[in-house]
Design a protein around this ligand. Structure first.
Ligand code: FAD
Ligand code: NAD
Length: 471
């Protein structure tokens, strides 16, 4: 880009928020550029988040299943061995295929891809330190900030991404650790803990709270998934805080004690995964040059149309409010471009699904039981176990259940909570039902193919307004 050119829209950050906004803006006929500094498009999600973690989750599950779950299916296998470099290669192939795919979509939709680091020079000019080392600048009528998030550090424990790692290191170990401690039993801790536990590591999760799963997970799901993960070999130290860490020796030593105080205990491990949450990333953007500020949690403050107090500068994705999820960033990207080009847009924050890709999967959408009780909402709950579902039984895959929460008076669905096989796919039906304002009776009166897992979904709905058939 030459300084003389003025774009309709420049986006800082080529993650899910940024790249989706760029594509949608290109489709709307805007002159658009996207600045990304990491050398590849797709952001955290494609490069070091959703995609590599799901590749490892899928393949480590297959390995674990072949080792432990084939005999009773009539399959005898011998000489099962882990080839970790190959498993990592499969992960890298998935990542590079997808990130290259976005470059192709940029070309197809007329988006200019600027490889470099962007920084505000004034309210309409972004200076870019190009990957080549040169400096340039680009002028824009409108600017989106989509710079994402970074791991929250643990005070006193320096990250080296070898012994003390964030998820960045935990998706790239070159050998299976013997002993791994995970600080934080949220989604990252449980997904990455699952991967290495399945591949043979002894994994202990230290969680400050009394339940796993991080914010938003219904307590029934948290309890159930903790039970399944324990059965698979993961250990949990609940209501426990890490007070000190020392990685100066061969492994890592951690001092822990009960969350409410008590006798300290020392834990030792080869590697420690710090997974206590992520925080917005807005470093080095030059806000001092334009008068923008973040709130006390580092989030950029926006209005309902994603505008900052400088109206032509909008913010989407992990660096502002809301759940830090790729599909949330995507919805915001589409809506922000619509606000810009058509003056209207829409994201239903009550219908953003969450999925934890452990085995079995855990998925939910809408309100959970604890939230409804806190708000004093009168609701009915209905559930159905996969153990009573014909397909789950046929597949020898019967762990978990589906639970509906519906308004006690109107029967309108308020939340759906699932632990079980393919919960992450099944939650799409719940999200659609919620988005369309369906009642549990609407779902219960909809034919679901037999024999499918989705019949458990229908029967849980039936159990909410009436009774299930098979349970
Ligand atoms: P990001 O994807 O973080 O993208 C921001 C981009 O901006 C980055 O590439 C960064 O290099 C770039 N950038 C920052 N500053 C500048 C600058 N000054 N100039 C140029 N470029 C800049 N979410 C899910 O929904 N499902 C999952 O399964 C899932 N799994 C995850 C697993 C892990 C291990 C992690 C860490 C996260 C996972 N997430 C998942 C969360 C998901 O990755 C994020 O919610 C999503 O990436 C947010 O998108 P974003 O566009 O806001 O930010
Ligand atoms: P999280 O907020 O989900 O969980 C952090 C956990 O750490 C919480 O349970 C918290 O109580 C605990 N914790 C905090 N401080 C602690 C301490 N000092 N000692 C012990 N425990 C402590 O955060 P995360 O797991 O790091 O994930 C970060 C973000 O990435 C989340 O917003 C998540 O939604 C997103 N993500 C999503 C997916 C997915 O959608 N499948 C996968 C990975 C990450």
């Amino acid at each position: 880009a030459t300084p003389a050119e003025e774009k309709d829209l420049v986006i800082i950050g080529g993650g899910v928020g940024g790249y989706v906004a760029a594509i949608k803006a290109g489709q709307a006929g805007l002159k658009v550029a996207c600045i990304e500094k990491r050398g590849a498009l797709g952001g955290t999600c494609l490069n070091v988040g959703c995609i590599p973690s799901k590749s490892l989750l899928n393949n480590s599950h297959m390995y674990h299943q072949i080792l432990h779950d084939t005999k009773n299916r009539g399959i005898d296998v011998g000489n099962v061995a882990l080839n970790l470099p190959k498993m990592m290669e499969a992960k890298n192939t998935a990542v590079s295929g997808l990130t290259k795919g976005i470059e192709f979509l940029f070309k197809k939709n007329g988006v200019e891809y600027i490889q470099g680091e962007g920084k505000f020079e004034d309210q309409h000019t972004i200076g870019v330190k190009l990957a080549s080392g040169e400096q340039t600048s680009v002028r824009a009528k409108n600017i989106f900030i989509a710079t994402g998030s970074e791991p929250t550090p643990f005070p006193g424990l320096e990250i080296d991404e070898k012994k003390v790692v964030t998820s960045d290191g935990a998706i790239a170990f070159n050998e299976v650790p013997k002993k791994m401690i995970v600080i934080g039993g949220g989604i990252i801790g449980l997904e990455m803990g699952s991967v290495w536990s399945r591949l043979g590591a002894e994994v202990t999760v230290v969680e400050f709270l009394s339940s796993i799963g991080g914010p938003g997970m219904d307590l029934d799901l948290a309890k159930s998934s903790q039970k399944f993960l324990t059965k698979q070999g993961m250990k949990f130290m609940m209501n426990t805080k890490v007070t000190n860490g020392d990685a100066s020796g061969e492994g890592v030593k951690l001092e822990v004690e009960a969350a409410k105080g008590g006798k300290a205990q020392t834990l030792e491990a080869d590697v420690v995964l710090v997974a206590i949450g992520r925080r917005p990333y807005t470093k080095g953007l030059g806000f001092e040059n334009i008068g923008l500020e973040t709130d006390n949690r580092g989030r950029l403050v926006i209005d309902s149309e994603y505008r900052t107090k400088i109206p032509h500068i909008r913010v989407i994705g992990d660096c502002t409010f809301g759940p830090m999820l790729a599909h949330k960033a995507e919805e915001e990207a589409v809506a922000a471009v619509e606000y810009l080009t058509k003056s209207y847009g829409h994201v239903n924050y009550n219908a953003i699904p969450a999925v934890m890709y452990t085995y079995p999967e855990v998925a939910w959408v809408g309100s959970n039981e604890q939230e409804l009780k806190e708000q004093g909402v009168k609701f009915r709950a209905g559930s159905f176990p996969f153990a009573a579902n014909s397909r789950a039984k046929t597949n020898l895959d019967t762990e978990g259940f589906v639970k509906f929460l519906a308004d006690a008076e109107t029967d309108r669905i308020l939340g759906v909570h699932i632990v079980g096989p393919n919960a992450g796919e099944m939650i799409a039906e719940a999200t659609l039902a919620l988005e369309y304002g369906a009642s549990t009776e609407d779902v219960g009166r909809t034919s679901h193919a037999h024999p499918t897992l989705s019949e458990a979904f229908k029967e849980a709905a039936m159990a909410t307004y009436s009774k299930a058939i098979h349970y």
